[in-house]
Design a protein around this ligand. Structure first.
Ligand SMILES: Nc1ncnc2c1ncn2[C@@H]1O[C@H](COP(=O)(O)OP(=O)(O)O)[C@@H](O)[C@H]1O
Ligand code: SF4
Ligand SMILES: [Mg+2]
Length: 352
């Protein structure tokens, strides 16, 4: 790879799911869940991935450790332990197993799918049984140290999942994901189900772990406010494509895509001065990804759409350093940043 710091490079990634109908399961079309997505992730970096439900975030995340087989594109993984590149598509079984050790996924409630009769120790240390030759004592030591790192007392190791809160269960799930010393964590809505205060604690822990263990994260959420404080950069997706990608501050201060502006408008705020003030919410539903609109996919909901938007798809281009947008009018639209949106809402008359 060109830059030694790039740990993951995704180029032209596509995942099309066939839509099958009838008794013979004839393919009648395809859902373009991920449609030509390219990005790079640097070692120690967090890339936030946001967009409404159904825009392809989970599919994108799952393509990387090959839990979903991509339709097209190239995923290249580089890191210290193997040395050199690993092209995900051409990897053999052994290298895929290695890849799945180095790239771990964390879900909303990772423990929900596990046997409730397993103790915390058994849950956290399970991956070691297939991947490392350690004695029981060594396994307990490793599990204890990771539980402590994720904020769970190691003397709770022989308890069962139901004895923990949602936030604690998420910490235990993270300890399990870390037991094989991965380099990349893909956190898919990992904090979305938690209360705002618990979310903040878990996000803080993610940041501490990142520093301590030099981890890189893909941090997926449907809400921009969740990824704001953890992400160095943010990718906004719409119907399987990148709408905008930029450093977090730039995206919040000066968005360059109307969809991002809409997402900023819809962030709920706990600010007491906004009590009773209306939020502008995005009109309409996400279009059917099996039959996306012509031209710019966002034109059916975009408040700034022009004629050209209905016919011509805008390419993703760099509009400022490191700031990419797929909008014909990215340079000229007077889109509002988050602070401007908040001030505008403050000055509006209260409802209720
Ligand atoms: N296994 C699958 N088979 C068919 N369609 C799928 C499958 N997984 C996801 N999809 C479709 O792909 C699109 C993207 O889904 P997903 O990646 O789950 O989005 P998100 O995580 O952003 O909500 C949706 O239209 C979804 O219905
Ligand atoms: S290209 Fe047109 S429809 Fe698409 S986001 Fe820009 S202004 Fe809106
Ligand atoms: Mg999802």
């Amino acid at each position: 790879m060109a830059e030694t710091n790039t740990i993951l490079r995704v180029q032209g990634l596509k995942k099309y799911f066939p839509i099958q109908r009838g008794v013979f399961r004839r393919t009648v079309g395809h859902v373009h869940a991920v449609d030509d997505v390219s990005f790079e992730l640097t070692k120690g970096e967090t890339l936030g991935i946001v967009g409404e439900s159904g825009c392809g975030k989970t599919t994108l995340g799952r393509c990387i450790p090959r839990l979903v087989e991509p339709t097209d594109g190239e995923i290249t993984f580089s890191g210290d332990s193997v040395g050199g590149e690993l092209r995900v598509q051409s990897a053999d079984k052994e290298r895929i197993a290695d890849l799945r050790r180095r790239v771990q996924m964390i879900f909303q409630d990772p423990m929900a799918s596990l046997d409730p009769r397993m103790t915390i120790f058994e849950i956290v240390s399970e991956p070691l049984r297939y991947n490392a030759d350690l004695t029981q004592t060594e396994q307990r030591d490793r599990a204890a140290s990771l539980l402590e790192k994720t904020g769970i007392r190691s003397d709770y190791m022989d308890r069962y999942p139901h004895q923990f809160s949602g936030g604690q269960r998420q910490r235990i799930g993270i300890a399990r994901a870390l037991i094989l010393e991965p380099e990349v964590l893909i956190c898919d809505e990992a904090v979305s189900a938690l209360d705002v205060s618990v979310q903040a604690q878990i996000i803080k822990m993610f940041k501490q772990l990142q520093e301590e263990l030099s981890l890189s994260y893909l941090f997926i959420a449907h809400d921009l406010s969740v990824v704001e404080h953890v992400s160095h950069r943010i990718m906004v997706m719409y119907l399987g494509k990148i709408a905008e990608m930029a450093e977090s501050d730039a995206l919040f201060d000066r968005p360059r895509h109307p969809y991002t502006e809409s997402l900023l408008y819809s962030i709920p705020s706990a600010d007491p001065s906004l009590k009773g003030k209306k939020r502008r919410v995005l009109a309409g539903d996400v279009p059917n990804p099996a039959d996306p609109p012509s031209g710019c996919y966002f034109h059916t909901r975009c408040p700034y759409a022009q004629e050209i938007c209905k016919t011509t798809a805008p390419p993703l281009k760099e509009v400022a350093e490191g700031h990419h947008s797929a909008c014909h009018f990215a340079d000229t639209l007077p889109l509002k940043g988050y602070q401007q949106i908040i001030s505008e809402r403050r000055s509006e008359p209260a409802h209720e």
